[in-house]
Design a protein around this ligand. Structure first.
Ligand code: FMN
Length: 392
């Protein structure tokens, strides 16, 4: 894990450790990062992480269940993130911006949508029945009031605008969030996409929207600066699809992404049969409904890894979800992945990299699930107050 790696030969990382995107709801100042957020990223950069992917950041108005989540659609948002990127760069880490559209996992009564009258947009009018982490006052569910997207170009333009601002903000690249039950995955999976136009039906059609988003971003960012986070086996927010569809969809999509010379594919293993490693206190998956079972012992890395990692591929492979330090080291040694992603461990180990270097076990969360999304806490609480193993 401590051999350097260069994404696309031009984004040099000092090691193979990637801090995964983690929504923490600490952007209390008009959905922009303040001092607490800067400190959080800087501490992890100072400790030596190779690449940080920011918490999911909404590309436009949103009505997702989280307040105090960042947005990026105007210049003041870009200016606020510039302070984060400058500070992280001073500590020698690279930082990618995570572009997020929550799709059907929204509610029109959340403040930004309510005030603006902007609708909840998704490929089809199929409400999400799972995937809730908490209920903001008076808002129990994702909406049933979905407006089917008529003009995908409107949203593609929102992505383009947002990543252009991310460039001004000094990021090294973009990670596109295409998992977790959010908009891009809503298009990919037939359980949330029953369109009969050329955005629905075949794997090619269901992949079209994501590929058009990627192509719009490619008009602003070079290919190696773009990563896509996918989770073929996802089973959160009732996104499970039958194995045959997983296989046909992602065997089409991944080569399309790789053929564009993108920087990385970040493969999450959520929903596959991986032993819990990073704490059992947090709802990370839902059960797979009948008809969406996976083959016994199925490992998405075995099926999809070779589509990314082959002789001459320009695209790096990142794996995440319940990866342990030992497993990460083995996967890199065996040439199965290029980079290893840790999510929850970065929450409670500000010194994750130092611990790995010194062989010190990673701390688990001993404070309960409340700290994750910071409900009712001050921004610093459960965020910038985790102890390090060895004082400098
Ligand atoms: C509190 C919390 C917030 C998360 N927020 C995001 C997010 O904004 N974007 C995203 O792509 N994944 C998000 N994830 C998923 C993580 O990036 C990662 O894929 C997941 O935690 C599995 O990795 P781990 O086992 O190392 O924790 C979140 C996970 C947690 C626990």
């Amino acid at each position: 894990m401590f051999t350097p790696y260069s994404i696309g030969g031009s984004i040099p990382l000092r090691n193979r450790i990637v801090m995964q995107s983690i929504t923490r709801n600490r952007c209390v100042e008009d959905n922009m990062p303040g001092e607490a957020v800067i400190q959080h990223y800087v501490e992890r950069a100072r400790d030596g992480v190779g690449l940080i992917v920011t918490e999911g950041t909404f590309i436009w108005l949103n009505g997702a269940q989280w307040l105090h989540t960042p947005v990026m659609f105007n210049e003041s948002h870009a200016k606020s993130w510039r302070k984060v990127t400058d500070a992280v760069h001073k500590e020698g880490a690279k930082i990618f911006f995570q572009a997020w559209h929550p799709g059907r996992q929204q509610n029109e009564n959340m403040p930004m949508l309510k005030e603006s009258g902007y609708p909840v947009l998704a490929p089809s009018k199929i409400p999400a029945t799972g995937g809730k982490y908490h209920d903001p006052p008076g808002i129990a569910d994702h909406t049933v009031n979905i407006t089917e997207i008529i003009d995908p170009q409107e949203i593609i333009e929102q992505f383009r605008n947002s990543v252009e601002l991310a460039k001004q903000a000094g990021f090294d690249g973009i990670e596109i969030l295409a998992q977790g039950g959010y908009l891009l995955q809503n298009f990919l999976h037939s359980c949330s996409n029953t369109r009969t136009d050329n955005y629905g039906g075949s794997a090619e059609n269901r992949s079209r929207f994501l590929l058009q988003v990627v192509d719009a971003i490619l008009s602003i960012w070079p290919p190696h600066t773009i990563g896509v986070k996918i989770c073929p086996t996802d089973n959160i927010a009732d996104m499970s699809i039958p194995y045959a569809e997983i296989s046909s969809t992602y065997n089409y999509l991944i080569p399309q992404l790789v053929s564009r010379g993108l920087g990385f594919i970040n493969l999450s293993r959520r929903g596959a049969d991986v032993p819990p490693a990073n704490g059992a206190d947090f709802q990370m998956a839902e059960s797979r409904p009948a008809g969406t079972e996976l083959p016994v012992g199925y490992d998405p890395l075995v099926e999809f890894g070779p589509l990314v990692k082959f002789e001459g591929s320009k695209t790096a492979l990142v794996v995440n979800h319940e990866v342990t330090v030992q497993e990460g080291e083995r996967l890199i040694r065996e040439g199965k992945v290029d980079l290893v992603g840790f999510g929850r461990p970065f929450i409670h180990n500000p010194d994750l990299v130092s611990r790995v270097k010194r062989g010190i076990p990673l701390a688990l969360n001993d404070r309960g699930g409340k700290v994750y999304y910071g409900d009712g806490l001050k921004p610093e609480e459960g965020y910038n107050d985790w102890p390090v193993a060895v004082q400098a």
